[in-house]
Design a protein around this ligand. Structure first.
Ligand code: TYM
Length: 312
């Protein structure tokens, strides 16, 4: 039995890039792999978010998003990272195994430094916390977008370094990145990202979706509006998509209106569920999930403490 694991940061409202790369595959594959785990990466978010009220609200919101999108808490464990202290403990152990130059190559850190921004030590060590998230549960498959590929490679490297130093303890996980959704573009054609302000919110109202779609930057040089099409192909496929673009060639407004309808058709039922899920329900599911995750993590950490020599 293969175990799936993925995490999302509670750093703002989820967007359609998060959904297609991480949430949708988790939902689809959890039928086949009922032992999957979905984590709210709240300690990762702390590297950029310093407002307690906002973080608290975001954690609940992301938990609600998971449920509304269709993750079943019976088949998948939904939990938050900070409820399982073994993650930060294992991250520390991995930090003692990897070198500073190795961590300096991490994109998230490099990008921040390249922009002249100060990176905190947490951001620097970020890949080792993510390695701990994944490896603690002997995860096999990690569904993510292309921007997380390097982080999963880092997790493999942490596993290999640990196994080399202390004997075979961790599995080397594989990322699962589908070509079609590897990098979902935003309204400006760049990667969709909360920090670029170019997102289409997953749980936005129809008006919010319409506003985002209407703001998609169009380029009239080719025979179709590439930025609109790139997003549209996530929602409509094959002939139906091609026919639509052939029929309305040059009519960008009509194509955008069709995109709004197609997004809304997917989102409307999720939005309805979203509105019905209370904060209390989300908290309860996170607490229960945290207990189940902690049980698994503690067994693994007992073995880790033993092999590294701190259990006496
Ligand atoms: P985060 O919170 O930035 O993003 C969550 C997931 O959404 C994917 N994603 C995208 N995919 C395609 N196109 C886009 N425009 C796009 N934007 C975001 C991300 O690749 C990710 O899969 N470090 C992780 C969270 C994390 C994690 C983990 C993931 C913490 N521990 C363990 C997997 C396993 C992050 O910041 O994702």
């Amino acid at each position: 039995m293969q175990r799936l694991f993925t995490g999302l940061q509670p750093s703002g409202a989820l967007h359609i890039g998060n959904y297609f790369a991480a949430l949708k595959p988790m939902i689809e594959l959890s039928q086949e792999f009922p032992d999957s785990m979905l984590m709210v990466a709240d300690y990762h978010a702390l590297t950029s978010l310093k407002d307690a009220a906002e973080l608290r609200a975001n954690i609940i919101e992301v938990g609600r998003d998971f449920l509304a999108a269709g993750v079943d808490p019976q088949t998948s464990i939904i939990f938050k990272q900070s409820d399982v202290p073994d993650h930060t403990e294992l991250a520390w152990i991995f930090q003692t195994l990897v070198s500073v130059p190795f961590l300096q190559q991490a994109h998230a850190y490099k990008d921040k430094v390249a922009k002249g921004l100060e990176a905190n030590a947490g951001l620097f060590a970020y890949p080792m916390l993510m390695a701990a998230d994944i490896l603690l549960y002997d995860s096999d498959i990690v569904p993510v977008g292309a921007d997380q590929r390097q982080h999963v490679e880092y997790a493999r490297e942490a596993a290999a370094k640990f196994n080399h130093a202390y004997g075979e303890t961790f599995k080397e996980p594989r990322e699962r990145i589908l070509d079609a959704i590897a990098t979902v573009p935003g309204t400006d054609g760049k990667k969709m990202s909360k920090s670029y302000g170019n997102t289409i919110p997953l749980f936005g109202s129809k008006d919010e979706i319409a506003k985002a779609v209407m703001s998609i930057v169009t380029d009239s040089s080719g025979d179709k509006p590439e930025n609109v099409y790139a997003i549209h192909k996530l929602f409509r496929h094959g002939e139906s998509l091609e026919n639509l673009y052939a029929e309305h060639k040059g009519s960008y407004k009509t194509l955008k209106e069709a995109l709004i309808e197609d997004i809304d058709a997917l989102v409307a039922p999720m939005r309805a569920r979203h509105e019905a899920i209370t904060d209390e329900e989300v908290k309860l599911i996170l607490v229960k999930g945290g207990e189940r995750a902690r049980e698994r993590a503690q067994t693994k950490m007992a073995a880790v403490r033993e092999v590294i020599g701190v259990a006496i």
